[in-house]
Design a protein. Structure first.
Length: 111
């Protein structure tokens, strides 16, 4: 069994509120939402962070980025959305399984 929380969520060993999944990615609601809509988009493949991306991940990363506007629309975010990728302790990364935060909804503060 993996010790990585997000690998365990992807495997269904830890419950989450999934909103989308396919053979490459899993998308679920953040347990501590910072906005009306706060999703986490993760690859099924374990990658620690952006620091660990290799050329072989280019297609996967492009796929994840192109998925974001579709997910946002499905969540009712017609006006737009924010994405954040925290990288390393200095970037505020707590879970070392690469993930994209997708945030939106009324009252989203300025950045
Ligand atoms: P990071 O700071 O690593 O970019 O963000 C990690 C995110 O994962 C945080 O926003 C945190 O609320 C979320 N998170 C941590 N543990 C869990 C969990 O068990 N389930 C879900 N759904 N989200 C989690
Ligand atoms: Zn993992």
């Amino acid at each position: 069994m993996s010790e990585c929380l997000f690998c365990r969520i992807a495997a269904g060993e830890v419950p989450s509120e999934r909103v989308y999944e396919d053979e490459r990615v899993v998308v679920f609601r953040d347990i501590n939402p910072k906005a009306a809509v706060h999703l986490l988009v993760i690859p099924r493949e374990h990658i620690d962070s952006l620091e660990d991306l290799a050329p072989e991940h280019d297609a996967l990363m492009g796929y994840m980025l192109r998925l974001l506007p579709k997910l946002a629309r499905e969540q009712g975010l017609a006006d737009g959305f924010r994405t954040i990728i925290n990288t390393g302790p200095g970037g505020g990364q707590i879970i070392f399984h690469l993930h994209i935060h997708l945030l939106g909804g009324p009252g989203l503060p300025g950045f």
